[in-house]
Write a protein of this length. Structure first.
Length: 321
């Protein structure tokens, strides 16, 4: 386990916050075509830890409404590859937060898992990071990719990843400013799909200590997923229920169940993946010949009724349980 676990003080790996490319974020999103015409003001994440910097080019440094709590949303996952579903869950969360009116979003981050997460079908971490960067750089005003987790020398539990965001944003970054010049700490919340939350019940996959830390000290936005009974699970899981005031369940008003596993399968079978993920990512997959020789078992992917069960059993294998 990473020795910085739960440490909210001091610096980690000497990573500084890079404020050079700050672009302010507001809630009126420009149209996709407007964004696509703009040259991306983005410095890509490096491929080694020594050159790592925390991306802040779309981080809103000033809280506009002092009655609201500043919030950063973090999604952890494989993103092999990133799809429109992964991008949509952030937009669903944003709509939910605006409607709920308790928080003001200061930024959103994808944190792709490292290669030490031994899951079938993972492209190398630097490819996954780059595909995530391409997916957002011309399409979003508030989403960023943080490569820190992907660059670690060992598998990093999600609780430690959230500690890293707290460290970068609140400790090293000094939080955000209010209009009267004061500073405020930013709340960090995990954004996850219903399947990820259901994996909490797998013995030894998540430690109770980590779950209390993630749900109690940070908080969680859960996007419901077809086949996953999030409300039922929330009721039945003791730790989730204990922290239910810090757990927000987001309804999918338009069901979207694009899965990376199926995208990998389509690539392997030479089928079209157009309109499932951004063109820039499709081009990247083709250029780097990703997923062509994948050997993952595919029977479970096709059986959509058993999808959640199949994903959970895959996760047990991933962490060698
Ligand atoms: N259909 C979905 N609805 C809601 N959330 C989802 C859905 N698919 C993935 N997610 C969420 O997106 C995050 C990243 O997931 P991940 O990278 O595992 O995507 P995936 O498409 O499920 O991948 P794979 O098929 O490789 O398991 C997780 O929190 C996951 O729960
Ligand atoms: N104990 C833990 O912190 C723990 C356990 C299982 C999965 N996870 C995370 O959940 C995410 C799951 O991603 P996938 O759905 O792609 O497997 C990954 O980011 C992984 O690191 C964390």
């Amino acid at each position: 386990m990473n020795d910085n676990h739960y440490n909210h003080k001091g610096s980690r790996n000497g990573n500084g916050i890079n404020n050079q490319l700050h672009v302010s974020n507001n809630n009126t999103s420009p149209s996709a075509t407007e964004l696509e015409e703009d040259p991306p003001l983005v410095k890509n994440q490096p491929r080694n830890l020594e050159d790592y910097f925390f991306p802040t080019h779309r981080f809103q440094k000033t809280l506009q409404d002092p009655k609201k709590e500043p919030l950063v949303i973090v999604a952890c996952g494989s993103f092999s590859p990133i799809t429109y579903l992964h991008l949509r869950i952030f937009e669903m969360a944003k709509d939910y937060i605006i409607e709920d009116s308790k928080f003001e979003i200061m930024g959103g981050y994808f944190s792709p898992v490292s290669d030490h997460y031994k899951k079938e079908g993972l492209a190398p971490a630097y490819h996954r990071v780059r595909m995530c960067e391409m997916a957002v750089e011309r399409t979003s005003t508030w989403l960023m990719i943080d490569a820190w987790e992907s660059l670690q020398k060992e598998y990093t539990p999600t609780a430690v990843v959230l500690d890293h965001f707290h460290e970068m944003i609140n400790i090293q970054g000094g939080g955000v400013k209010t209009s009267d010049g004061k500073t405020r700490n930013v709340k960090i919340m995990l954004l996850a799909g219903g399947d990820l939350i259901e994996s909490f019940r797998i013995p030894n996959l998540w430690s109770n200590e980590d779950l209390h830390h993630i749900l109690g000290d940070f908080g969680c936005l859960i996007v419901e997923r077809t086949g996953a009974d999030v409300w039922g699970f929330l009721l039945s899981h003791d730790i989730l229920y204990e922290h239910r005031k810090n757990v927000y369940v987001i309804k999918q008003l338009i069901y979207n169940d694009i899965s990376s596993t199926k995208v990998r399968l389509f690539v392997k079978r030479g089928m079209s993946i157009k309109y499932l993920l951004p063109n820039s990512v499709i081009k990247y997959i083709q250029q780097h010949q990703l997923y062509l020789g994948n050997t993952e078992t595919i029977e479970s992917v096709i059986d959509s009724d058993n999808e959640v069960v199949a994903q959970i059993s895959k996760k047990i294998e991933v962490l060698n349980l």
